[in-house]
Design a protein around this ligand. Sequence first.
Ligand SMILES: [Zn+2]
Length: 458
Amino acid sequence: MTDSTEGSDNEQISERPESLLPRSKRRRFTPLKVANQIPKRRRKEIEKALEGSSGTPKKWSRQNGPKNHAFLRKRITPGSIRRLEFDLLSVDIGESWPIPITVVHGARPGPTITLLGAVHGNELVGPLALTYLSGPNFIGSGKAIDPDVLSGTIRIVPIVNMPGYKMKSRYMPDGRDLNRSFPGKPDSNTSYRVANRFWKEIIAGSDYVIDLHTAAVGRTNMPQIRANLAHASSNKIARSFGIEAILDNVGPKGSLRRVTNDADIACVTFEGGGPDELDPESVQVSLYGILNVLRSLRMIPGHPSRPSFRILASGSLWIRSDQGGLLDVLAPAGSFVDEGEVVATVTNPERPSESHDIISPTIGLIICSATNPFVTAGTPVGHILPVSKGVQTIRKRLDDDDCLVISGADGDPVWRDDDEVEDITVGGEWSGGNVDAEWSTNPPTDSDEEAAESDPSQ
Ligand SMILES: [Zn+2]
């Protein structure tokens, strides 16, 4: 009897019309079919890396109870805020370059995240955002970062390259780029010593690192995240930052991001705005993103916000001037432009009646644009992510000037589930091997090998 009942049940199920079968949960947006994707080999690398990612480490389990946080030979008790100084150099006499660090050690166990600004001394979005984040608007009882509620530890370093910052320079006093000097060496040149000390004392004990940058001199960046998406934990915080543009690449040689990833520590670079300037939009978007990451890691309460789409880019195109003269940028960083659209004009004081148009070679999003009007033939004036699919989705987020309104720049967007986010991938390769390889106006670093890989923006 049992057998026959089972048999008839099976028959009934197989004969049931398709519409009566339990329906899988429908997505509100179908995934985009994108012709121009991240190359297949790279997609496989990313998928493989994500498969191997494990769950939460046991040391972050709440069952372990709170422990002191050992940092710079100090023991920081759970549920406390400490303001510390860290000397970039260890010397008995002379300048040791102390930098301020705020440590918030939560009452509950969890990961350690380190937030960095001004690894390049003249990039001031990081110092501004992280100074605000260290202050009473964000940290304290009942605030976004409440030490009694926080799970884990947040280390905030608003200015890493303090000597460069004081000189209003990207570089260290020995003329080297600190972000091409990691992991450094203790007995080598000044920059390498600073890099090595910083690496050992501040970075090596971190689980996650967010490094805030701006474009280099003469240009400005639309807010964007750069990450090696084939590094699982970096991929996670890149996405959870909650903004639209993610550029997939391995950091330049000697960069903090590359060396940190090599040590299997998550690291993403935020880029927004230009050097030597106050860029309120980038400051706001970076704060918004950091809080999203903290929420996503369950270090602070609340749901992370998500953008309505993401552009995952593995390549780009350059818009160059074919003339020499003075540039007038019509479509600045953040502009969404059509193929054939005039993005800038060039004039020359010797022939003021003539003006040359610079045309976009593709439909896409300009992620970086020149701010210095002096150009010669071949100078890049814009850096564009070609977009072939998802155009209507992107257009919904453009303002009256066809500039993308970055998530976080217009207040709190509505909370969205992650599976409702449309991933728009952009294929290709980074010309020169790096996102910014073609911007080349800075002096080379200390060796030909490094100069060849030099990417002056990160
Ligand atoms: Zn930088």
